[in-house]
Design a protein around this ligand. Sequence first.
Ligand code: SF4
Length: 189
Amino acid sequence: MIKKSRGLLPGLFIITIAYFSLGFVSILLANLALLCMALPFILLARVKRKVWCQRYCPRASYLNQVGKKHNWRKNPRFITSGKAKYYMIWYFGLNLMFIAGSTTQIAMGNMEAMPYIRLFIAIPLFPLPQLLQVSVPPFLLHLSYRFYSMMLSTTILASILALIYRPRLWCAICPIGTLQDKVLSWMKE
Ligand code: SF4
């Protein structure tokens, strides 16, 4: 019997929109990004398939919506050559290192917090208006803004690719997807 392949669950894109909207309620909720990063690997360990990418990824669902009404173009060479995937892994790794390092330094009192959005590690923007004003240590505020900034930066990049080329082109260079492939190959060895 041939197993019917199942796609993404419907409506998951709302989670992506909710994530960025909740940043206006309290930026502390941006730390939910950690859950988004951990869940694909937890599922991978249990099912030994990229079930997150196949069924549950809110970003993939969001990108399907963003790129829905556009004419698809041929994938660009910088994606198909594999270079962009390599750069994205470096970007992701550096970003996580920067987040961990700067948050630690702030907690130790060696550095000022950056309680505002900074796109692609380098473009400072502004703090978000907050519906809930909660008093928290500066390092936690900093950590929350860093996660929000990372998620926003990659979502902007993924949206541009979806608008110019095709909805889920981002998946070809997504660091979470690349790392899952790597873990999967280790599991099969
Ligand atoms: S590759 Fe990344 S964006 Fe695409 S489905 Fe997987 S986790 Fe989501």
